[in-house]
Write a protein that binds this ligand. Structure first.
Ligand SMILES: O=c1ccn([C@@H]2O[C@H](COP(=O)(O)OP(=O)(O)O)[C@@H](O)[C@H]2O)c(=O)[nH]1
Length: 333
């Protein structure tokens, strides 16, 4: 019996979609998974026959009784995801887990309800689903998710081997994300600097913004670990997605060892408070006030609290555990 996991290629390699899927696969390989590469392309150009031939090639290493983790979305059409699972299901005793990274219809405004139902139908073809949060699980169940075996992802990992220095006390806030998605950036006018990293060209509109352009993972972690706070905020529209979403930036800040400030009501708020990793706030003004008023001792206490979780994230432990739990759950019950 072999274990397979899909991996996404062909999209902007700076996008979180690619970074997250490739990091999961990096960790899965260490556990003996075989990579199944999926290419992002205009699926509508394929005839049914061409798509089937393509999928036969992609799944050629899969045999009867194997276990496959499909990371979704593939960012191709839902019809492609369904066709992939259909082809996998042709194998006798195959075990399929769908690892839900994002639900595309929830991310963009005006997406028709039927599309969400089509996506959930694909999830329902799996023996197990991995969801990004409990609110997401509840939402999907209300909309028709029927898969009984479910695991909830606790955190993204950011496998990273280099030693980072302990962050120094700095009154500044880091934010990584596209300002077109996160409108609060353009109205930043507080007397605490906001250091922004994004691959989108950004004409600085807010005040006290230091635009750092794009950094690769190593560069970003080095910037963050020089000291400050990491901000996690809701996207502008639709303004509810981050109540369900597992934010990648949370792990990036914690991997670098810096405390975080999260907007109240977002999916990871409680964990941040329970583990003493930072603060939750109602407004950007409140975030700036915390950074202005915190003492150096209080900052260092937070940095100490974060050391263990930082070790787990850079060592890939959350994903290893999730993948091992997936295999055990699929094979033993
Ligand atoms: O200069 C940059 C800016 C962003 N990122 C990555 O992009 C993520 C944030 O992107 P996004 O807002 O799409 O992800 P989210 O946090 O919403 O999951 C960060 O965690 C980084 O992994 C990066 O590597 N370099």
């Amino acid at each position: 019996m072999a274990m397979h996991i899909t991996n996404l290629y062909g999209m902007n390699p700076r996008g979180t979609q690619i970074i997250a899927q490739q990091n999961v696969v990096k960790i899965a390989r260490e556990l003996g998974f075989i990579e199944m590469g999926l290419y992002h392309y205009p699926v509508e150009c394929d005839t049914q026959g061409e798509l089937r031939k393509r999928l036969d090639g992609i799944t050629s290493a899969v045999g009867d009784g194997d276990l496959v983790i499909v990371q979704l979305p593939s960012w191709n059409l839902t019809a492609y995801d369904k066709a992939l699972l259909d082809v996998l299901r042709l194998h006798k005793d195959i075990k399929i887990a769908v690892f839900i990274h994002d639900v595309i219809t929830m991310m963009f405004e005006g997406a028709p309800q039927e599309r969400l139902l089509e996506i959930i139908e694909v999830y329902n073809m799996a023996d197990l689903v991995i969801v990004p949060s409990e609110p997401m699980l509840n939402f999907l169940c209300q909309k028709g998710l029927t898969v009984e075996k479910v695991l909830i992802q606790s955190m993204w990992d950011l496998p990273f081997e280099e030693e980072l220095k302990t962050p120094e006390f700095q009154r500044r806030i880091f934010f990584s994300g596209n300002p077109k998605r996160f409108g609060f950036v353009s109205s930043w006018h507080y007397d605490v600097p906001l250091h922004l990293y994004t691959y989108e060209d950004y004409k600085v509109e807010g005040q006290n913004i230091h635009y750092g352009g794009w950094k690769n993972t190593t560069e970003l972690l080095l910037e963050y670990s020089s000291g400050g706070f990491g901000l996690i905020w809701e996207q502008t529209a639709p303004a509810s997605y981050y109540k369900y979403h597992q934010p990648h930036k949370l792990s990036t800040y914690l991997a670098a060892g810096i405390p975080v400030i999260v907007q109240k009501g977002l999916a990871r708020e409680q964990a941040i408070i329970d583990y003493g990793l930072g603060f939750s706030v109602n407004s950007a003004q409140e975030a700036a006030d915390i950074v202005k008023n915190i003492t150096e001792d209080e900052y260092q206490t937070l940095v100490e609290n974060i050391k263990n979780i930082s070790f787990l994230i850079s060592g890939g432990f959350f994903t290893k555990k999730l993948l091992i739990d997936t295999v055990n759950y699929l094979l033993l019950s």
